[in-house]
Ligand binder design. Structure first.
Ligand code: ADP
Ligand code: MG
Length: 328
C-alpha cells in the first residue's frame, strides 16, 4: 500500500509533571512544573526500529509511557495508523492498548512475584479476549517459543528465573498480544553483560521475522547503532536530532550528538554520556526560552538564548534543531 499512514505519529508532544516537594515548591507560590517532554514530533513506520537516546532524565521513558497513554500529555497528538488516540476513552482505546506494548528495564518489577509465568501471560490474554479459554495455553506456548524459552517455563515463578529469562518472559507477554509496536525501555541495561547480546538479538529477530516496529530506548549509543534503523537524540525533554543510524553516527550535526559520540571511545562498558560532557546541565524546571543545550554548547551564538531552534532538514530523513549545524 502506497502512502499508508505511519504506524505511529507523535506530533508536538508535551508532557509536564507538577513538582510539589522540596525547596522549589517551598519557595514558589504554586507547584513547580517540570517540562519532561517539550514539543517532540516523530513517526515510526511499520517494521522500523527507532532508537531514542539521551542521558538519564532526558524524557525517553516519559515519551514511551505517554504514547501508551499511561501518562496524560499536556499537549500534542498521538496517532496510531492515522487514528488520533490522544483523548480516546478506555473502551475505544482497548485495541490500541493491545497494539502498543511496553517492555521495561527491570523485568522483575513488571512481574508479580506470586504469579507463575502462565498466569502472567494468561491475564492480559483473557482481559483483552484475544482467544478462547481453551486456546490460552497454546497461545502462551507460542509466545514463549518466540521469546526463546521452553514451554515448561509456564510453571515457573519469577524468583526461579535469571534476569535474561525474566526479560524473555516480559517479551513473551508482549508478544501474546501480537503488537504492531513494542516500546523497549532500556531492556538490557539491568542485565548481566553476558546475556545482553542474546536479548538484543532476540529483539532484532522478532522485528525481522514478524515485522514488529520497535521504539528502542537506550542511553547506550553502541546498542542503538547495532539495533536501530533511525536514531532520535533527546536532551532534557527536547529532541535535538533525528536521522538514519549510520548517517547520524558518521555525520552528526548537533553539538550534543557530537559530544555524545565523542564519549563513545573512552567509555568501557556502558555509556551515560552526559556525565562526561563539560558544562552545567539544563534545569528543566526553569522557563528558559532558548536552546536547552546552551549552557554546555561550544558553538553558541547570541540567538541561541532567545528561542529554541526549530528543526531543519540536513538530508533525507535527517534533521537537526540547531542554528549553527552548518558550521562544521
Ligand atoms: N512520574 C513522574 N513524576 C514527576 N517527575 C517525573 C516523573 N517521571 C519522570 N519525571 C521526570 O521527568 C524527567 C524525564 O524523566 P524520564 O522520562 O524518566 O527520563 P529518561 O527515561 O530519559 O531517563 C526527569 O526529570 C524525571 O525526574
Ligand atoms: Mg528512562
Amino acid at each position: 500500500m502506497v502512502d499508508a499512514a505511519p504506524l505511529l505519529s507523535i506530533r508536538n508532544l508535551d508532557v509536564r509533571f507538577k513538582l510539589r516537594t522540596g525547596v522549589a515548591a517551598a519557595l514558589s507560590s504554586g507547584p513547580k512544573v517540570l517540562k519532561a517532554v517539550d514539543d517532540v514530533s516523530f513517526d515510526v513506520r511499520k517494521g522500523e526500529v527507532l532508537g531514542l537516546v539521551g542521558e538519564s532524565g532526558s524524557g525517553k521513558t516519559t515519551i514511551g509511557k505517554a504514547l501508551l497513554r499511561l501518562y496524560e500529555p499536556h499537549a500534542g497528538t498521538i496517532l496510531v495508523n492515522g487514528v488520533d488516540i490522544t483523548h480516546m476513552g478506555a473502551g475505544r482505546l482497548k485495541p490500541y492498548r493491545r497494539n502498543l506494548q511496553m517492555v521495561f528495564q527491570d523485568p522483575l518489577s513488571s512481574l508479580n512475584p506470586r504469579h507463575t509465568v502462565r498466569t502472567a501471560l494468561a491475564t492480559p490474554l483473557l482481559l483483552h479476549r484475544i482467544c478462547a479459554n481453551d486456546e490460552v495455553d497454546a497461545r502462551i506456548d507460542e509466545a514463549l517459543s518466540k521469546a526463546g524459552l521452553p514451554t515448561s517455563f509456564k510453571d515457573r515463578y519469577p524468583h526461579e528465573m535469571s534476569g535474561g529469562q525474566l526479560q524473555r518472559v516480559a517479551i513473551a507477554r508482549a508478544l501474546t498480544m501480537s503488537p504492531g509496536l513494542v516500546v523497549a525501555d532500556e531492556p538490557v541495561s539491568k542485565l548481566d553483560v553476558s546475556v545482553r547480546a542474546q536479548i538484543l538479538n532476540l529483539l532484532k529477530d522478532l522485528q525481522q521475522k514478524f515485522g514488529i516496529s520497535i521504539i528502542f530506548i537506550t542511553h547506550d549509543l553502541r546498542v542503538a547503532r547495532y539495533l536501530c534503523h533511525r536514531v532520535a537524540v533527546m536532551y532534557f525533554g527536547k529532541m535535538v536530532e533525528i536521522g538514519p543510524t549510520e548517517e547520524l553516527f558518521a555525520s552528526p550535526k548537533h553539538p550534543y550528538t557530537r559530544a555524545l559520540l565523542g564519549t563513545l571511545d573512552e567509555s568501557a562498558e556502558s555509556l551515560d554520556g552526559g556525565a562526561q560532557i563539560a558544562g552545567e546541565a539544563f534545569n528543566p524546571t526553569t522557563d528558559s526560552v532558548g536552546c536547552r543545550y546552551l549552557s554546555r554548547c561550544p558553538k553558541k551564538v547570541a540567538r541561541c538564548a532567545t528561542a529554541h531552534p526549530e528543526f531543519e532538514d540536513v538530508a533525507a530523513n535527517h534533521s537537526v534543531a540547531c542554528y549553527e549545524w552548518r558550521g562544521g
